[in-house]
Write a protein that binds this ligand. Structure first.
Ligand code: PGA
Length: 250
């Protein structure tokens, strides 16, 4: 099946109201590439304003709680993201797994909550440097996929993002061969867990130091259906070349 390319910006804890102009510029430029699906995930505080500033744009959250409501001070529930105008949410980013102690079971519960609320999900996996160096990266990541994948899901609404932790924000990227090996292994695992048809329909994004210079090569690797972009998603000047690279791969 032909999977549409998907380029998603993760603004992390960056962005005040003044940054909405960059979002408008990104979505306006992306309009020239209708074959590529584009989304931006700003901080919670900007979701409603970004949806209002860029009507029709696909905007998402960076995390959600597994419960729909309740006494969880400081947390945001999936229905709240929907209420703010979000269409998707990232779950299981390594900065949440590592910084907030989220386990595979936590990530799975969040993904299931998000899907039940009607959101699409980008579920992140990825190995730390020492695991890559010891040669166990594929086994490590496949265990994360097995432990984090929701029990039942619509494959059109669940994407996996492979993000080696050592590549995030460092300027380091894996070789194209390593990316292709990992993405192929993830798709095979998805096939085991969800069936061949679902695995074929699901998009697997690469994330970690993607920029305008390396995007064409990374996105051209086998089983890579797009990119999850951090630093280079904050400005149109850096993000749009990644969208253009994705569009060039048709
Ligand atoms: P980076 O972040 O593009 O800044 O490396 C990617 C991510 O964490 O999603």
């Amino acid at each position: 099946m032909a999977r549409r390319k998907y380029v998603v910006g993760n603004w992390k804890m960056n962005g005040l109201t003044a940054a909405l102009g960059e979002a408008q510029a990104i979505f306006a430029a992306a309009g020239a590439h209708p074959a590529v699906d584009i989304a931006l995930c700003p901080p919670f505080t900007l979701i409603g304003a970004m949806v209002a500033a860029a009507p029709g744009a696909v905007v998402g959250g960076q995390d959600c709680h597994a419960a729909a409501s309740g006494a969880f001070t400081g947390s945001i529930a999936a229905p709240m993201l929907v209420d703010a105008g979000a269409a998707l949410v990232i779950v299981g980013h390594s900065e949440r797994r590592e910084g907030f102690g989220e386990s595979d079971a936590d990530v799975r519960a969040k993904a299931e909550a998000a899907l039940s609320a009607g959101l699409s999900v980008i579920l992140c996996v990825g190995e730390p440097r020492e695991v890559r160096e010891s040669g166990d990266a594929v086994d490590y990541v496949l265990a994360q996929v097995a432990g984090s994948l929701p029990g039942a899901f619509d494959p059109a609404r669940l994407a996996i993002a492979y993000e080696p932790i050592w590549a995030i924000g460092t300027g380091l990227v894996p070789t194209v061969a390593d990316v292709a090996e990992m993405h192929g292994a993830i798709r095979a695992k998805l096939g085991e867990q969800a069936g061949a048809e679902a695995a074929d329909a699901m998009r697997i994004l690469y994330g970690g130091s993607v920029n305008g210079e390396n995007a064409a090569e990374l996105l051209g690797a086998g089983d890579v259906d797009g990119a999850l972009v951090g630093g280079a998603s904050l400005t149109a000047g850096k993000f749009v070349p990644i969208v253009e690279a994705a569009a060039g791969l048709g």
